[in-house]
Write a protein that binds this ligand. Structure first.
Ligand code: PBG
Length: 333
């Protein structure tokens, strides 16, 4: 045999020399759930190890992440029912605890990258990402609400906004609203190919943000999130978001959509983000808790797979665990 691929796998050092992909903690974004009030820190039952924090405890959590080299965060609010209405007015009120928390975070940690969520569902009594009317999700009527939300978030200091609502034309609408308000430097990480997935369950439980059970309200998000059967459509969404001024294109979820990640990576020069969503993390944790998988191996392998498929940036509930292991020298990258 002249050719023996195993020669390049002989030692840890040689494997390190020929390693094609390396995932660095600088490429990870930690999702964080925010509660109102103080001194709160409650675990999400369906996502063990992930907590919902009030602003005071969240600041300490962010401090501990920064200390191990994890510097980017995406923040989601769990909004008390009394603040929810049909038009999500609380989302752009100045005393909104989500906006206040962003101010506190950027005041204490100006160098961190703070990413928002732009969608109506946490603030909507209907639990949809857009405005509900006549039993449908109204597209164009949702845009001004999302625009106000976005400008309020930029004013509060978010570095990058994350429209996760999947309304048509929202990236362009947000870009224009931001520029008009003088926030030309605030970026947009667009949820470009966001699928109507079954894997958002633990997230909706953490925020109590699932679509409301009512005959007049669509019970799923299939009229705006993408059909899991489609791939070419992701390219159309990518072309639109790019033309409308997006700074990042995101694919969500990640693992069942590695082909979509690769497709966008090969067809765009924008950075590609992938959201390794709550249900994907929950599956792995459940198997590990049963002793069926080894977390120390399965977790980094999973994140590396998403990176290898073409994701430059990964949003994952395992970001802190990954960064911690790299920081401690327990995980070689
Ligand atoms: C809603 C939003 C969702 C997630 C992020 N933003 C849920 C949904 O679309 O219903 C899911 C993230 C996760 O499951 O980790 N705008």
């Amino acid at each position: 045999m002249l050719i023996r691929p195993r020669r390049n796998r002989r030692s840890a050092t040689i494997r390190g020399l020929v390693r094609e992909n390396r995932l660095h903690p600088a490429q990870l974004i930690q999702p964080l759930f925010l509660l109102s009030g103080q001194r709160q820190r409650t675990e999400v039952a369906s996502l063990p190890g992930t907590f919902r924090f009030s602003t005071d405890t969240l600041l300490r959590e962010i401090e501990s992440c920064l200390a191990i080299g994890l510097r980017s965060f995406v923040l989601f609010p769990a909004v008390p029912d009394q603040h929810k209405d049909q038009t999500a007015t609380y989302s752009y009120q100045d005393d909104n605890f989500y906006l206040q928390a962003a101010r506190a975070i950027k005041a204490e940690f100006p160098d961190c990258c703070l990413i928002s969520d732009v969608a109506m569902d946490p603030y909507s009594i209907d639990g949809h990402d857009g405005l509900v009317g006549q039993g449908r999700i109204l597209n164009d009527e949702s845009l001004p609400i999302l625009g106000r939300m976005a400008v309020a978030q930029a004013a509060a200091g978010f570095d990058i906004l994350g429209p996760s609502d999947m309304m048509d034309g929202r990236v362009g609408h947000l870009r224009e609203a931001l520029d008009t308000a003088g926030f030309t430097e605030t970026g947009i990480m667009s949820y470009t190919a966001k699928y109507a997935s079954a894997f958002y369950g633990p997230f909706r439980a953490a925020l109590d943000s699932a679509p409301r059970a009512d005959v007049n309200i669509p019970k799923d998000k299939k009229s705006y999130q993408m059909d899991p059967a489609n791939a070419a459509e992701a390219l159309r969404e990518a072309a639109l978001d790019t033309a409308e001024g997006a700074d990042f294109l995101m694919v969500k979820p990640a693992l069942n959509y590695l082909d979509i990640i690769a497709l966008l990576k090969n067809n765009s020069t924008l950075p590609i983000a992938a959201y390794h969503v709550s249900g994907e993390c929950a599956m792995l944790l459940a198997a590990c808790q049963n002793g069926w998988l080894d977390y120390e191996q399965a977790m980094p392998e999973t994140l590396l797979s998403i990176h290898r498929a073409g994701a430059d940036v990964i949003l994952t509930y395992f970001a802190k665990d990954f960064a911690q292991r790299v920081h401690d020298g327990r995980l070689e990258i």
